[in-house]
Every structure is written in C-alpha cells, then in structure tokens.
Design a protein around this ligand. Sequence first.
Ligand SMILES: Cc1ncc(C[n+]2csc(CCOP(=O)(O)OP(=O)(O)O)c2C)c(N)n1
Ligand SMILES: [Mg+2]
Length: 915
Amino acid sequence: MDNTVKVDKKEIYGSRPGAADHSGGSNGDKWSRSLQSVFELALESQGPERTAQLLEKLANQLRSAPQGPNTPYLNTIPPERQAPFPGDRDIERRIKSYIRWNAMAMVVKANSTTNVGGHISTFASSATLYEVAFNHFLRGRTESFPGDLVYFQGHAAPGMYARAFLEGRLDERHLQNFRQELAEGGGLSSYPHPYLMPDFWQFPTVSMGLGPILSLYQARFNRYLQARGLVNWKEEPKLWAFLGDGECDEPETLGAITLATRENLDNLIWVINCNLQRLDGPVRGNGKIIQELEGLFRGAGWNVIKVIWGTDWDDLLARDKSGLLPKRMEEAVDGDYQKYSVEPGSYTRKHFFGKYPELLKLVNHLTDEQISKLLRGGHDARKMYAAYKAAFEHKGQPTVILAKTVKGYGLGEAGEGRNISHQQKKMNEKELREFRERFKIPISDDVIAETPFFRPSSDSPEIKYLFERRHALGGFLPERKVVAPPLDVPKLDAFAEFFRGSTTKASTTMAFVRLLSVLLRDKSISRHIVPIIPDEARTFGLDALFKDIGIYSSKGQLYDPVDSKSLLYYHESKDGQILEEGITETGSISSFIAAGTSYATHGVPMVPFYIYYSMFGPQRVGDLFWLAGDIRAKGFLLGATAGRTTLNGEGLQHQDGHSLLHASTVPTLLAYDPAFGYELAVIVADGLRRMYAEGEEIFYYLSLYNENYTMPPMPVGVQDGILKGLYKFKPGPELSLARRTGEGGRRSGEGIKAHIFGSGPIINSALQAQEILAERYGVCADVWSATSYKLLRTDAIRCRRWNMLHPTQPPKKSYVEALLAKEQGTFVAVSDNIRTVPDQITPWVPGGLFTLGTDGFGRSDTRARLRRFFEIDAESTVIGVLYALAEKGQIEKQIVETAIRDLGVNPEKIQPQIV
Ligand SMILES: Cc1ncc(C[n+]2csc(CCOP(=O)(O)OP(=O)(O)O)c2C)c(N)n1
Ligand SMILES: [Mg+2]
C-alpha cells in the first residue's frame, strides 16, 4: 500500500490566515479538508493507537510553539468588510492638496527669511489621516454636544493651521508669521500651546509621550464626570489622539495603556501614524513597528485596526493564489519598506516582488510607475474611512489604528521617505514645481518661488464642501473656549478654626486633611473637588476619606473588602469622588491636568487637590508640571512629606529639598512653603478665589510636612504678607533682655539686630535660635515666615525691570524691598530646602541674605541628627546669625568660634555638600 500522503502544499500554504481574508473565507474549509484527509490516511495506515501518538506529539509541538500576539501583515479590515466611502473623493483630495501646499509653504516661507524652523514631513505623511477625520468624524462643540477632544500630533501643527486658513479662521498674516509670535500683529505658535493660543489649541502634545498619556487619563476623567453626575451628555464625546510611531518609544506613550482596557474606554481612539521613521532614521529598520505595536496593544486588550495597504493592493492580494504576497509582505522589514518608498518602481519590482517568480508575474501588468504608486493604507482615504468608522462604532474597548504611511509623502527628492525628512524645511524652485504638479495646485510659474499661500474663493466647490462638512459635524476644530461659570468659593471665615490655632500638636499635612474635609462639607464647592492620590492616602492620613466620599471605580465594588467591618474601610464606588491612581505619579498628574482643565474642556470647573510624595513630583514628572502651565490647568498640587530633614528616616531618594525650586520654574505656578495651618488656609482660600471666582488661569504648589508641632493662632494683619511671601511672625525680645556673655566677659551682640526667615517646620529652628541669640549672645532677632520666595522674587524682578525701562521716573519698590527697608540689621534665612530656594531673593535684601539650607544628599536618621548634619538646627542657625554679623564686622569673629564650641557643634564634621 502506498502510504505517501498527497496533500497540495501550495494549497495549504496559500491558505495562510491572511490570504483567507482576501478570498472570501473558503480557505478554512480547505485546511479542514486537508487535515481530515491526512487524519484518515493515518488512521488507515497506522491504526488508531499510533495515530493518537502522532497527534499527541503534534499537539505538544503546538503547545510549545510561540503563539505570537500578531495577525498577518495585512489590513485588519478586508475589502469585503470595508465600509463604503461616503464623501466626494475628488473634492476631498483637492482640499487636502491645498492644505498640503499651505502647510509646506508656511514652513518654507518662514525659513526663507529666518531660521525659526518647522516641519513639513510629519503632516505630509499624515494629511489623509487628518482630512478624513476632519471631513467625517471629528465633531465640534455645539449647544447640545461638548465636542470631541482631539490631540493633534505636535509636528503636524502646520497642517492644522493650513486647514484653519481654508476655513477662514486664520488669515495670510497668521500663516506668514508661523513661528514668529513676536512679530507685529502676532504669529502662530510652533506647536499646540494653549498658553500661547488660548482660543485655538486645547491640548499641548509636542513633548513626545505627553499627549498620549493625557488622552488616556482624560478619557477616564470624562467617565468620572459622567459617573458623578457633573455632566449629562446625551452623546459621549470621543477622544482622538494622533501620535507618531517614533513617539511610541516613550514610556509615557505605552506605559499606561492597560488603564484604557481596565476602564473599557471605548471613547478613546488612538491613530498612530506609522511612517516608519522618526527624526534620525527608521523607527525599527530591522523589524516592523506596526507588528510590534500590534502585539503590545493586543496584549493590553485594545481593539487594533491595521491600515497597511491601499486599495491597489487588494487586487494583487486577491489574484495571488500562491500565498507568497502576504509572505513577502511579512518578510520585508521596515528598512526595506523605507527603501521602496525612495527608489523607483523598478527597484521594488526587482527587490520586493522579484524575490519570487510568482510575484513578479503578479505585477507583470503594472508599469514601474504604477508600482511606485501602489499606495500605503494611510494615504488611502477609503481605507482610513473604513478604519475610523470601525473604531468609532467599536464598543467595550479602546481602539488603536496603526496606519502605514510614507514620511514626507509628496516631497519627492526634497525628503520623501528619506532619513533627513524630519528636518527638511526648505525647498528649491524645482522641488516646489514638482510638488505643485503632483498635487495640482493652481499657482503660476512666475510666483512659485515665493511659495504663495493658496485659498480657493469662498464660493468654490472645495470651500463650500469643507464648510458643509464642518457644519454637519458641529463646527471647527481645534478650538478652546472657556464657558465655565464661576464657583461660589468659601469665604475666609469658613476657615476660622485654622486661624485660632491649636494646642494639640499637628503637622501641616494634618492641617491640610482637615482643610480638605472643611471644603468637602461646603455645600457649593464640595462636588467640584477631586482628591487625587497615588497610593499614599494612608501616609498622609487621608484614608478617612475612603468611606466618606468613596474611591471612584467604574465597576463599583465587586468584592467584600477585607476591612469592611472597620469604620474606615476601603470603599470603591461608581460615583466615588477620590481618584486613587495607584503607584503612578505620571498618571496622577495627568488626572490633575484633566480635572484642572475641565473648566475649559467641558465648562465644568473642577478643583483638583493632588497630594503626593514631594520628591516624586516635578523631579519625576517635571515635563507634565510644565505642561500643566501651558494647558492653563488650575488646582492645588500638594508636595507632602517635604523637607530634606523633616522626612527623616527615608533617606536619599525620598528626602526632598528642591521641589520648591522646580516649582519656581513654572511661570503660572504659585509655589508656597507654609509653616502653619492658618497660612495654609489663607493660601488655599485665596487660591480658590483667584482661580475659581475670578477665573485666573494659574495653579498652586504647596509643600506639606509631617512634623507635629503646636499650630499658633494667626497674628493680626498678616494675610497680605502670607500671600505675598513674607511677614514678620515673631519680633525678637526687648534688647534689655540681652545678657552678658562671651569670652572675657565681653558684651557680645548687645544692641545688635538680626532677622531670621524660616519656612515650613524649620521656622521652629528659627524660633529656638531667636531665644538662644537673645539669652546667650544679646542679639535681638526677629523671626519671619517666608511663605514664598518665588513670589517675592517675581515681584522684585518685575519692579526692577520696570525701573530699568523707565530710568528717569520715580523707581517702583517691590514688596520685599519695601517691607525690609523699614528694618535694621542682618538677614539670615533657614530652610529645609537647598539654599538656592531662599537665595532667590538675595539681591533685594538690604545687605544681602545669609542662607542655611539642605544642599547635598539626604540620609536616613533622626530629625535632630539630620538638622545638625545639614546645619539648619537651632544651634547652627545661631552660629549662622553670629557669623553673618561677624562678616559685617558687627561682632568679633571670636564670638562665633566660642559659640561653635559652647553650642557643641563640631566644626570638622562631614560636609553635606559634594561637588
Ligand atoms: C520628549 C521629546 N523628545 C524628543 C523630541 C524631539 N523630536 C521631535 S519630533 C521627533 C521625531 C518624531 O518621530 P515620530 O513620533 O515618528 O513622528 P513623525 O515621524 O510622524 O514625525 C523627535 C525625536 C520631542 N519633541 N519630545
Ligand atoms: Mg514617525
């Protein structure tokens, strides 16, 4: 008997799953028939036992074979499932071509007379992605619909300006002044910056990775607003984020994508422009970025739609019975594909199709020119439309569309598919002519070298079509519009308990927790408050809130919590108010930004209080702090466990002494370092007033500490000083109190005046030093609370600048200058932060400021030992004051030396500063 199994290998090979998609689904049957016949033959010739053994062996092989998270390198939507394109392709192509031209012209023009830079190739590759979306999907804000939220890829900004130009929202002067914002009449910002163009841009995106992570948390925040009944949308807006494939290397882009599946964010659609290139070269020359991303997103539970091949390829795939075309598509790596986009069709014929004779035959009917024009999916409006429609309608999961394009599409020699493409910002006349011909732009030879902008007349079919489409979709995008009502914020007397002080010891963190609970009981503001915590509620004593206001969870609480019998159990609920983010500072600040911009995004003012380990604030996610300023976020950032010595046992990586400096760098961030509960209350009350009653687009940073001490009552008349950054907290004792001291009975500092600026808990060092100075050295030192060096500095800079520019007019005096001008004596500052924090105001302090601070790495030890180590304890402060006086010749240096000895400070101890 002939045991040879006769199976048509080609038939099986050609029936790879991908090919099945293109031949009507009958291949599954062929496979099944083939396997069935092998099985029957085996049974017949080998008998059941042996056949069972063979099958078992094969099953084992199958189990150990890598299953792979990928589908074949083909479009996810096969032609037979592709929704028909409802638009007018010709008109849309013409509109797109004009936008392409103007986007390019804007950059070329700006760089013909300046060196301001700009990008042509990003939008050139993504024009179809945007245009199909603009004409068919992205919905503007109307009376009854809040508008879709769209994150535009930063480097594609010229394309968005060019469209707004056709829409009549921008004029030639704007385009002319691209990247020349300081030109007369204003210009356009390089990238999406709501701070710079507050009526236009909604979301900053250009620092790679930030747009994607913001969109994730914004999508979830939209659900939170709905769940809490703060918005009542008949239809939920979608969030569309357009990203680059290179941008996916950023951990911020991919690091939180599982949030979207956990939360079933089917309101979120990411469109990744896979032009296979980043700035320097290919994203994955030796692999395939689309496949890599597909695997990641599928693994994370996203709905993945690949748009790799344009319509022209459908016919080739349908006619390929060998299965070799999908095989070849899979084999070629991105480096190859990049080459095919640069070389002529003959190259692709030889190197891509030519690898297999069957494939060469498959393209026999095509000229080289036709081969070179075989479109990639992301340049085919029909494919993109079908993908968007599927994404739009998809339920239960977020969707990512991976669209394959060519970087610099249409630029030809000037940069199409080339490694230099990203940086290309100039084009010569020949290249301009080619571009014009390729996209049929009606611009004549005699003016082409000037790259004039082109806008068809308002009654042209293109403009009419464009308006009709935008009208049907609710209006123009992007657009930022603030329509939020002011909030009825609590008056100062709501915080009376803080002004009375307390006899029991408390920390400023405890004072904050108390303050938050006051706000949460306030009838009008309570609903608007969003406490945000990255898994540290217990550390800060906020766990009591769990039960009171609940932790937001889209699923409610599906389990009985282990602590359900306790009063403060871990309570998750569908309308919970707390955003307990887990251990993600990046995610938490993204939530802060979503909540803090809700006034502009949704017209619903929300007041985020984001409390976190201060060391993991701007140091960890500084770019997002910066972005919060750009996007005009409001709210309160609370850097708790602050202070390099106040947070004592935790050591080098936890002990923060420089967040305030980081915070000082953000122009719209007010950075405060309060010492007492009443200061905190005054600052928060005023912040609420400024941001939510007056509508100022600013935000607040406050450091909070965990050292307990008696919270004093508020002295009279200090509120203004608290808010401006400095006020006298406790004047020194009468000089007559001073006693004789020092070696040889010399009167040391009698009659001498000093001032100590303290902040946070270190004000207590200053207060103790005040006593020692008076009692032992006869120095009268006033103690001041320095609540904000940043604000003092900014005000002083502002005045000095005005004086410089108005030299003959009476000079203005800054707050700090005016305040200190009335004082005599030497000024010393002591802080639990690095000296640079107080040093900020040195130029405006009469006679300069001698600063003590915590420069150097932290250590784990007791507070007392740490403060001696960094020389900010009471004794070191006394020495600092005496030395500052000695430097000015007001006391003898000998007295300082004596004090060092008497106070038990070792002058040869290790130095905390390093280099
Ligand atoms: C955080 C950050 N790092 C670096 C850059 C500089 N940069 C700007 S664009 C770019 C390449 C972008 O490549 P890709 O994301 O693939 O975008 P596309 O190819 O669509 O232009 C780089 C490195 C940046 N903008 N942000
Ligand atoms: Mg790219």
